[in-house]
Design a protein around this ligand. Structure first.
Ligand code: CA
Length: 239
């Protein structure tokens, strides 16, 4: 029998919960639901789902408390789906350990894509969490060759600087996920790096000039305003 990924939806709005449940069931996921944070945590502990879709505005506890308690013992993917659209909410949720953040209203295709990314990431991330990972990442015309430290658009080597390469590598390794500015800076320049988005922005402007056809309308690296950057999903990853 084919294994079905188990997804827990923690959401107090019944119509959203039912709608998400129907979409996920139709896409061959096994669905569990909880309408409060406390009950959600109980289901997480008893059923150990493969992925959690979490609303932040719950009637009993804040969804962020759920993230915090799960992260003490598990790296199971958590996708926050919330009506809260403030940058601070997104950044906080991601930094507390949520894997992704989607603002309501959202398209179901987008949600399904993010779920697939999060599930794939769990399967592949355990081996090596460093930036230096071998192999090739490809999306559209863009190729990151991790062994040769080079980035190509089509056949053309775009000649990234060392910092630019590190940023692109990190995003490529986490393709489909939003990485916060702070996370990127700490990964690249160490845990004590002074957070300075300006340096990152300048690097990103240069990267886009080199890899994007229209830097103002990027197709490879997207900006989540005030939060961070996201690399388009890969079509084939060889590790
Ligand atoms: Ca709610």
């Amino acid at each position: 029998m084919e294994y079905k990924n188990k997804i827990l939806i923690i959401e107090d709005e019944k119509h959203i919960c039912n709608f998400l449940g129907a979409v996920l069931t139709a896409n061959k996921y096994e669905v569990l639901t909880a309408n409060t944070g406390e009950y959600g945590q109980a289901v997480i502990n008893s059923h150990c789902p493969d992925l959690v879709i979490l609303d932040l505005g719950l009637p009993d506890i804040d969804g962020k408390e759920v993230i915090e308690s799960v992260r003490k013992w598990s790296s199971m993917p958590i996708i926050v789906v919330s009506a809260r659209n403030s940058e601070i909410d997104k950044v906080t949720a991601l930094e507390m350990g949520a894997d992704d953040y989607i603002t309501k209203p959202f398209g179901t295709q987008e949600l399904l894509a993010r779920i697939r990314t999060a599930l794939r990431h769990t399967r592949t991330s355990s081996a090596d969490d460093g930036i230096s990972v071998g192999g090739v990442f490809k999306t559209g015309e863009l190729t990151i060759d991790y062994d040769k430290y080079r980035v190509f658009v089509g056949e053309k080597d775009v000649n990234l600087t060392q910092n630019e390469f590190k940023i692109v590598s990190l995003l490529g390794k986490n393709a489909g996920k939003v990485l916060t500015y702070d996370y990127i800076i700490k990964q690249l320049w160490g845990p004590h790096a002074k957070t300075d988005n300006q340096i990152l922005r300048v690097n990103m402007a240069n990267i886009r000039r080199k890899i994007e056809k229209k830097p103002a309308e990027p197709q490879y690296i997207f900006t989540e305003v005030g939060v961070g950057y996201r690399m388009a999903e890969s079509e084939a990853v060889k590790l």
